[in-house]
Design a protein around this ligand. Structure first.
Ligand code: SAM
Length: 737
């Protein structure tokens, strides 16, 4: 039946019943221009009052009130099977003359009652299942169909949480065109195990299910170990949907040719399977659960609403047969698997603080870096620079006068600075000139047309640029946490500049080192440089009979130390005699001591590189002196390098990792933690030594660089940091004498 709303293209008024999952529907309605949210139907709890307020619609507690404002209701209230009253509510709404879209799961018995009520009152009833509409699931269904048309699937392997058994059954019904005939073996479970195994056949395809048969003791679906994943076997390989949000993977089958010479002749064997990647990920973009819930779920519900709208118009109940089959299959599976075991949320054992996903990801950084290309990394860096530059322009208060031009001194005067930050606006202006945002005409600083286009709302332009930069940064160069840390400088720029806030507090929020770990360990550049240093030190350790004596200065959070220790210990723990873990502050030592508890080789002490007495107190010579991301912090690198040389054993090496180029991002962030240098950088008025300045500084300190990494053509070279390996020829000569 076509309603007058549809006929005239007006949005269809909708009421959403239920306010827990119902909020997703409310959001979907709010975002779908073909519908208009006109009320919330609930029992009147505090949450329902808040939801109605949030969407600025009335809260109804009675079905008759709903009938006065709409003919369409989305019901997101648990059905009888989940101990809720969704079924009764759905029947009541249908009998009152309203169309109903009801969110899964719905028990077969309830479906029969609801379908009957719909048919008797000539109303449209539709079962919603957002999972079937998720992009990865839809893609998987299409791929499954394509492959099945070529060769029939050999088997299915499914892993699921019992809470999503209905959508998985629904998906299997969709994939196999009805799932029937099906059969099951007896379920198998160890007495206390959280999982139950179930075998059988679906549409004649052998299948095995691993069901996580637990349920949140308080809220059934608040804590779930997983949603579901399916692997389908084909003669030529396996197609896997790892999670309803992806990824989809293809693993080719291993079919070794019957040749005599393997692997010698593999290279010339004609099998195309042998040429396939061992794993192919589709799609490549990772998605956070936050993004999945806020975006994909809402969009998926919106698709169900559109399907419901169309079926209302055509008078045909679309997908109801499939929902019936899914409900039947669901019932069969859950009755075999048995009642889930209630588990208290804490017992689910997930302490997200300690699940260091970023750490796991950082282990893959060297590989990701090797597979990246210079252009993509360079464009991500350019995006960050653009965002940083627009933010600088915004803070400098680029105003109308810049259209015609203003004196540099006036521009500088417009920013409140303290002695420690006085150099920063000057550098910002130079940076903006170099990158084409500002120019100088007749002695006046002027906005270029590029900047003029944004002058009216620079903060908004900067915000947009940061959002764009996110695409290049998140999970490609570092974690979202690092980008948030960079951006946290923006909210505090005026205070940082005026010296009213210490930038260190933005990095170590409330004393936590979490952000610093994300920055110093878990960015692509940090992980790659640290890994390079770790491997290099392990090589030195392999050659050192007495065990290496290592001094690390500015060891901070231990990002480099930990990688070195991993590498050296893998080789042979005895290949390390002592590791002096030092920093200007003892702030980091407690965490490090806890990490290295019981390891007598690690000695913690304070060492200030800029204190001439600090090195004299060290009574020994070291095989390796490490300084990772530290030396640019000192005001005279030559002086400090010379001190480091003096504690170096004759065949010792100094290993540095350092920035070698200016960056707008650093000028906006790290600059607030650094002092103005009076070494070679003073002449160029820069924060970081260039590559040539580093080489000149090494030479001036009696050191010679025997290696640096990465080379210029490496994908990460555009990130502007590298490892320098130095020796002291003078020390070696003295030893020979
Ligand atoms: C940019 S962080 C380097 C990251 C560090 N390697 C890590 O893994 O956390 C700089 C480190 O150098 C230390 N530092 C700064 N100035 C120093 C100085 N004058 N002497 C010794 N350490 C210093 C800081 O305390 C900080 O831990």
């Amino acid at each position: 039946m076509i309603t007058s709303y549809q006929r005239f293209g007006m949005p269809i008024p909708v009421v959403v019943a239920g306010t827990r999952f119902g909020q997703f529907y409310a959001e979907a309605v709010a975002r779908n221009p073909r519908f208009e949210l006109v009320g919330i139907l609930a029992r009147g709890s505090q949450r329902s009052v808040e939801v109605a307020e949030r969407y600025q619609v009335p809260l109804f507690t009675d079905v008759d009130q709903v009938a006065e404002v709409t003919k369409f209701v989305c019901v997101a209230v648990g059905t009888q099977a989940l101990g809720g009253q969704g079924t009764e509510l759905g029947i009541c709404l249908l009998q009152t003359g309203l169309d109903v879209l009801m969110e899964q799961p719905v028990h077969y018995r309830d479906l029969v009652q609801l379908a009957r009520a719909a048919s008797m009152s000539k109303r449209n009833f539709h079962v919603g299942d957002l999972y079937l509409n998720l992009p990865a699931v839809r893609q998987f269904v299409k791929m499954f169909a394509t492959l099945s048309a070529i060769s029939p699937p050999t088997h299915l392997v499914c892993e699921l949480a019992n809470q999503v058994c209905f959508p998985l059954a629904h998906l299997l019904v969709k994939m196999t065109g009805g799932a029937k005939p099906w059969s099951f073996t007896e379920a198998v479970a160890e007495p206390d195990a959280p999982i139950v195994q179930l075998g059988g056949k679906i549409a004649g395809i052998p299948v095995s299910f691993t069901v996580h048969n637990t349920v949140g003791a308080e809220v059934a679906d608040a804590d779930m170990p997983l949603l579901f994943g399916i692997t389908v076997g084909f003669g030529s390989g396996r197609l896997s949907l790892r999670d309803p949000h992806g990824p989809i993977e293809w693993h080719p089958a291993l079919t070794l040719p019957a040749d005599t010479l393997i692997p010698a002749d593999l290279g010339c064997h004609p099998s195309t399977l042998l040429d396939q990647d061992t794993t192919c990920f589709i799609p490549p973009n990772p998605l956070s659960l936050r993004e999945a819930l806020a975006r994909q779920w809402v969009d998926a519900l919106s698709m169900d609403m559109d399907a419901w709208r169309k079926s209302t118009a055509s008078g045909r109940a679309v997908g109801l047969q499939r929902a019936f089959a899914a409900a039947e299959l669901w019932h069969e599976m859950t009755s075999r698997v048995g009642a889930p075991r209630p588990v208290a949320a804490a017992a689910m054992g997930i302490d997200w603080e300690t699940v260091e996903i970023a750490r796991l990801r950082s282990m893959a950084w060297p590989q990701i870096a090797a597979e990246s290309n210079v252009t993509s990394v360079a464009s991500a860096v350019a995006g960050l620079d653009r965002a940083a530059e627009l933010s600088m322009a915004a803070l400098l208060g680029m105003h109308a006068e810049l259209r015609t031009g203003m004196l540099l001194a006036d521009l500088l005067d417009s920013v409140e600075v303290c002695p420690a930050t006085a150099h920063i606006p000057r550098r910002w202006i130079r940076r903006l000139q170099e990158s084409g945002w500002l120019t100088t005409v007749d002695g006046l600083v002027q906005a270029t047309p590029r900047l003029r286009a944004h002058l009216d709302d620079l903060w908004m332009a900067a915000d947009r640029a940061w959002e764009e930069a996110k695409q290049g940064w998140n999970h490609r160069l570092g974690s979202p946490q690092v980008l948030s840390y960079f951006r946290s400088h923006l909210e505090n720029l005026a205070d940082l500049m005026a010296g009213k806030m210490n930038a260190v507090n933005l990095l170590f929020v409330e004393g936590s080192t979490e952000q610093a770990h994300a920055l110093y360990r878990d960015t692509m550049i940090a992980a790659c440089l640290n890994q390079y240093i770790g491997a290099h030190v392990a090589e030195l350790a392999a050659e050192c009979r007495e065990g290496l004596r290592i001094l690390e200065v500015g060891a901070g959070t231990g990002a480099t130390c930990d990688v070195i220790l991993d590498n050296v210990n893998d080789l042979d723990p005895a290949s390390l005699a002592e590791y002096h873990y030092t920093d200007i502050s003892s702030f980091f030592f407690a965490e490090s001591r806890a990490r290295h508890r019981g390891d007598g080789r690690i000695i913690h002490h304070v060492l200030d590189l800029q204190d001439p007495r600090a090195f004299i107190q060290l009574d020994s010579q070291f095989n390796v002196v490490v300084a990772a991301g530290v030396l640019n912090n000192v005001v005279d690198v030559v002086e400090v390098l010379s001190r480091m040389r003096r504690v170096l054993a004759p065949d010792g090496q100094i290993i540095l990792s350092e920035a070698f180029q200016e960056s707008a991002l650093m000028l906006l962030t790290q600059a607030f933690m650094m002092s103005e240098a009076y070494d070679l950088r003073a002449a160029t008025d820069t924060m970081f030594c260039t590559h040539d300045q580093w080489l000149a500084s090494f030479e001036a300190a009696g050191l010679s660089c025997i290696e640096h990494w990465p080379p210029d053509d490496h994908p990460i070279s555009v990130l502007g940091q590298r490892v320098y390996i130095l020796i002291a020829p003078e020390n070696q000569q003295q030893e020979e004498l």
